[in-house]
Ligand binder design. Structure first.
Ligand SMILES: O=C(O)CCC(=O)C(=O)O
Ligand SMILES: [Fe+2]
Length: 281
């Protein structure tokens, strides 16, 4: 099997010791996707949790053929990822971001980290220059392509996936946490943190091992921790239920940028695409 071409693959590498990951010193770490890989599509099925199965059954056409994870480096181009990263960089320059290690920008609600809380970016006069028409086109095109990727992989009916909130840019640094919002490294299940989510996707906007150290995404499975190393333009998507508990390893050097794009099958929870807003509201 050629690495990077397998659809369903598990790569058992040398066991490592890493006290930074949940479960203690002796947990096994397997690499699901490294930064060096160039992945067409790599997936790992996981049995759906009972709770997820029960809940997703309420949404015809939105039930996955199997639960699990899927990764691709071909869905979003490096140029698109860079344009998205530039939006985030500009936004965080406006406020300086969080005083702790995790800052977010939500283009839908306008929430932008500032110090130990948030401001509405659309109330800042400078927000006029934050997103151009071209940026918005890229944002929407990326969202659409990611939705399509998830739909095809999990064999959903066309059009059932709707954008959910929060869908947001994140910037993670080595700064000490000042509020709970800065504590991005805890193991969690997205469906618990964000009940409207049914499928979660992450679009990575810079490179593990180059722009930052630490900051790997980790699926906390019972038998092992499985890592996804962020890389510019990489998309990682998964069913948002209890079959996919995960965490982000603390960033130990540099700055990590990502975009969390969430999808729901519940039409009443759908949010609309961001629009260009000029001037304070
Ligand atoms: O940025 C990541 O890799 C994951 C973030 C995450 O788990 C979340 O937003 O729920
Ligand atoms: Fe998460």
């Amino acid at each position: 099997m050629v690495r990077g071409e397998a659809d369903t693959a598990e790569f058992e590498l040398e066991e490592q010791l890493d006290g930074g990951i949940r479960g203690g010193m002796m947990d096994k770490i397997l690499e699901l996707a490294t930064a060096k890989d160039n992945i067409g599509k790599r997936s790992q099925p996981v049995a759906c949790s009972e709770k997820y199965t029960a809940e997703i059954a309420n949404y015809p056409g939105c039930t996955p053929s199997r639960c699990g994870r899927v990764i691709s480096d071909k869905v979003v181009t490096p140029h698109e990822a860079q344009a998205l990263r530039d939006i985030a960089t500009r936004a965080f320059q406006l406020t300086g971001g969080s005083s702790g290690g995790a800052s977010i920008l939500d283009l839908h609600s306008g929430a932008l980290s500032k110090g130990s809380s948030f401001v509405n970016v659309y109330q800042l006069p400078e927000s006029q220059h934050l997103v151009s028409e071209s940026d918005l086109r890229i944002y929407k095109a990326v969202k659409q392509r990611v939705a399509q990727f998830i739909s095809e992989h999990f064999q959903l009916a066309p059009g059932v996936l709707k954008l959910a909130k929060p869908t947001f840019f994140s910037r993670m640094t080595t700064k000490e946490a000042r509020t709970v919002h800065d504590e991005y490294w805890h193991t969690h299940v997205d469906k618990e943190t964000y009940p409207s989510f049914h499928y979660t996707s992450l679009v990575y906007l810079n490179d593990y091992g180059h722009d930052f150290q630490g900051g790997r995404f980790i699926f906390n499975d019972n038998d092992a921790n499985r890592t996804v190393e962020p890389k510019t333009g990489r998309v990682s998507a998964f069913t948002a239920g209890w079959e996919n508990p995960h965490q982000v390893e603390p960033v130990s050097d540099g700055v990590r940028f990502a975009l969390t794009v969430a999808f729901t099958c519940d039409q009443s929870q759908a949010i609309s695409d961001p629009e260009r807003r000029t001037g304070p509201m």
